[in-house]
Design a protein around this ligand. Sequence first.
Ligand SMILES: CC(=O)SCCNC(=O)CCNC(=O)[C@H](O)C(C)(C)COP(=O)(O)OP(=O)(O)OC[C@H]1O[C@@H](n2cnc3c(N)ncnc32)[C@H](O)[C@@H]1OP(=O)(O)O
Ligand SMILES: CC(C)C(=O)C(=O)O
Ligand SMILES: [Mg+2]
Length: 503
Amino acid sequence: MGRTVKIFDTTLRDGEQSPGCSMNLNEKIEVAKQLEALKVDIIEAGFAAASPGDAAAIAAIADTVRGATICSLARCREQDIEAAWNSIRRAESARIHTFLATSPVHMEYKLKMTPEQVLESVAHNVAFAKKFCSDIEFSAEDATRSDLDFLCRVVETAIKAGATTINIPDTVGYMIPQEYASRIKYLREHTEGIENVILSCHMHNDLGMAVANSLAGVEAGIDQIECTINGIGERAGNASMEECVMALKTRADHFGIGCNIETTQIYRASRMIQTITGVAVAPTKPIVGANAFAHEAGIHQHGVMANKETYEIMTPESVGIPKNAIVLGKHSGRHAFEERLHELGYTLDHEKLEKAFEKFKILADKKKVIKDRDLEGLIGAVPVSGEERYTLDRFVINSGNTITSTAVIRVKKGDEMFERAAASDGPINASFHAIDKIIGKEIVLEDYSLRALTDGEDAQSEAIVKIRVDGSNEVVTGRGVSVDVMEASIKAYINGINKYFND
Ligand SMILES: CC(=O)SCCNC(=O)CCNC(=O)[C@H](O)C(C)(C)COP(=O)(O)OP(=O)(O)OC[C@H]1O[C@@H](n2cnc3c(N)ncnc32)[C@H](O)[C@@H]1OP(=O)(O)O
Ligand SMILES: CC(C)C(=O)C(=O)O
Ligand SMILES: [Mg+2]
């Protein structure tokens, strides 16, 4: 294979801009490590000027991750660029990514700048960033609704000022593949110096064409795809990494273009993002959805039994969905347990493995067969982030359709026990109110969901809560897993509270 494209992952920046997809420091580091395992070329770790928390997370990732370039976004403002540099400066390889909108509507109404002022700002700020860092990316925000000749001038200006990567984003997901390809062709033919830089695409999915547009861009000469795990991102999301990468791999006959991604890490990355954000992908989501490799119809099943290629264009193993060779249950030992975790992509240190094994045995007493989803639930998909300040000790709930629900909850904090009771119109509310009394803070429940992790009567439930503590701007995601729906819900609420205190 001749050409390769770089994969620029922006799960931690644009992905985190998805409503409800905020991540804390430990979670961002876990995601960054998984991106390292995926062998992405560039990790956009955040937007340093957005908040001290964002800047700290980028710096921690710059200190931790090796192999990938670590990048921070910055507006065309000196203070943003300085904040970006300060957060990435310790990375093995660092990039400042600065951007400015170039479409008439953005320039006039949002920036209140004339086209000439935009050109001046690009020249000034790219040159300013270049003083700190040799690797500079410039993005012309809303490039796809910008006047093409003006866009050529902007790109030329950025290149002259020192940009080494030029991104042509479809900020509002407006493009059609052929149209984007011809824009790229026009830019390549009418922009001085463009042959000396990396050309990048960054497509949004408002019309469901982010992946198709990225691939059309690559065919038209784009060298870098900006994308996110599970396609999370602003509004309808960004181009999904797993779809772009597997399209290039599966249709190598058509594209003849490779990338460095270790595709067997895709499934784990997808599960990790779902667990951390509490945002599940649709069962029909390509590559990573629960049905992506399931065959329901008789004719399909018959075909697959004869030869998988009748209905499978890629194998589940190629994206890291492991074959279920070992059945885990109450008679399984540490070796089989550890082996299965390995197959699922988890390597736990001795202490975490022992804790997980203990939990596994307790669960195996309640459930006949422990499935992969149960295991992921059990180890929390990512090793427990931060210290567990509060843990659930016990609960008693009284509920019915003709009575007010009451809950008595006992929570452990260090060596102390705290117990409170509360009444409400439902058992979940009553439990959460009892916990609020113990914590002594105002906690607003923004969202709550419950789903079965596996099928069958003894399935474990996974509860996800999104809470806001003490009027904080940050919504925290908590997660709890149990065969008992009430226990899962209470654990999720306590997990969210622990995360709030760990942030
Ligand atoms: C297409 C994208 O995804 S762009 C990235 C979007 N991501 C985010 O916005 C998340 C992080 N953002 C934030 O935390 C905040 O918006 C901050 C800290 C960056 C700025 O906050 P505030 O100072 O309160 O400004 P606010 O967000 O209300 O408005 C944006 C300001 O930046 C200006 N601006 C927007 N884009 C740019 C740019 N690329 N370069 C320079 N200025 C810009 C706007 O014109 C506006 O300026 P004004 O305050 O002088 O009117
Ligand atoms: C900052 C830029 C690259 C962006 O996210 C967009 O234009 O969508
Ligand atoms: Mg974007």
